[in-house]
Write a protein that binds this ligand. Structure first.
Ligand SMILES: Nc1ncnc2c1ncn2[C@@H]1O[C@H](COP(=O)(O)OP(=O)(O)OP(=O)(O)O)[C@@H](O)[C@H]1O
Ligand code: SF4
Ligand SMILES: [Mg+2]
Length: 350
């Protein structure tokens, strides 16, 4: 099995792919629906494509409820998917509980938003890390040395100062570092970080992001970085994907997407951000300023482009035709799912 310790794995090698990934959560039926046999569902994620490569960070950006965490949980195989595929090194995977799940989880690890909730308050750091090492490695190596190595990797040094502490004895940033160390205990190839800094003090966010960047480089990790904050995506991620109401709407290298956004929703996200240079991560600008309308219901999402009820550039076809990803300008890999960039339509309008 390949592992982060496999220094020979080339940077850029594809680790994990979502292909047409779809998740619909069934909603409980009302009495009337029971009689009419209607089956409503929350269309949380529809036809999502993304690729995580070794040594690269992909940011997934979008407002609250756009489906970011659902994508991460699907990739971690914590939820069954409704449709599409998840490929690990090109191989289709669908894991169930037990040993099969542990095997997958040792290669694809999640880091959650709230480090306090993800650590058991009655157990020490030593317990958490030992458990991760035993579940995922169990290679009979020197446990104490492995514990020291994990804590050193996340800059909690000297390790003996932290090993016998309980989570409540650590700061939020230290707890998140322990959560990262625990994930590294599995020797993963991919880390799925769901808003890993949004619950931390502003002053320590940058340190944790820098740690993740350092791990990406030293361990050649593939990282999915979920955030509300498009400014931090520019700083931290190689690629940025923008999600709106369960669908991907724009993607490309982070510099291009954040400096020359093409999709009207990405532009709105950037324009609504109070300070594009900050690294706060906890503000959902569109939550604060609903000047451009509300996010749509995902039980009955808008037809055509899901953004059309809020879009300042909407055209008649936007409410009927689902936009396809279209290449933008000359920047390789930059795309947007928006009819404004349909050159065939532009030509015929001339
Ligand atoms: N277990 C579930 N059952 C039913 N609906 C769900 C479930 N989990 C998520 N949803 C719905 O799916 C949609 C996407 O939720 P998700 O948590 O993925 O969004 P998000 O982008 O991570 O939001 P946030 O930024 O607030 O974390 C939302 O409408 C949410 O209410
Ligand atoms: S497809 Fe139409 S509604 Fe959707 S973002 Fe583009 S212009 Fe706006
Ligand atoms: Mg979320």
């Amino acid at each position: 099995m390949t592992s982060t310790q496999d220094a020979k794995a080339p940077t850029g090698e594809v680790v994990l792919e979502a292909v047409g990934l779809t998740k619909h959560f069934p909603v409980r039926r009302t009495l009337r629906e029971l009689f009419t046999r209607t089956h409503n569902a929350v269309h949380a994620v529809d036809d999502v494509h993304l690729t995580l490569r070794r040594g690269q960070v992909v940011a997934l950006v979008g407002e609250s409820g756009s489906g970011k965490s659902t994508v991460a949980r699907l990739l971690a195989q914590l939820y069954p998917r409704t449709g599409g595929d998840i490929r690990l090194h090109g191989e289709s995977t669908r894991v169930k509980a037990g040993r099969q799940f542990r095997g997958y989880a040792s290669r694809v690890q999640m880091i959650f938003q709230d480090p306090f909730a993800s650590l058991n308050p009655v157990h020490t750091i030593r317990y958490h890390l030992t458990r991760a090492l035993r579940i995922h490695r169990n290679d009979g190596g020197d446990l104490e040395a492995a514990l020291h190595e994990l804590l050193t990797r996340v800059s909690l040094t000297p390790p003996e100062r932290y090993l016998d502490k309980f989570p409540h004895e650590l700061s939020g940033g230290q707890r998140q570092r322990v959560a990262i160390a625990r994930a590294l205990g599995a020797r993963p190839e991919a880390l799925l970080a769901d808003e890993p800094v949004s619950m931390l003090d502003v002053s320590i966010r940058l340190g944790v992001l820098n740690l993740l960047r350092d791990l990406k480089e030293r361990l050649n990790l593939a990282i999915l970085y979920i955030t509300h904050d498009i400014a931090s995506a520019r700083y931290f991620a190689d690629q940025t994907l923008v999600m709106y109401a369960g669908r991907m709407v724009e993607g490309g290298d982070s510099e291009t997407v954040t400096q020359s956004p093409a999709h009207p929703y990405t532009r709105l996200l950037i324009d609504s951000a109070p300070d594009p240079d900050r690294l706060t991560g906890d503000v959902d600008p569109l939550e604060e300023d609903r000047g451009n309308g509300e996010p749509p219901s995902l039980i009955h999402p808008p037809s055509g482009c899901r953004f059309h009820p809020r879009c300042p550039s909407a055209m008649p076809r936007c409410s009927t035709d689902l936009p396809v990803p279209l290449a933008i300008g000359d920047t390789p890999g930059h795309w947007a799912a928006c009819w404004l960039y349909d050159s065939a339509a532009k030509e015929s309008a001339k």
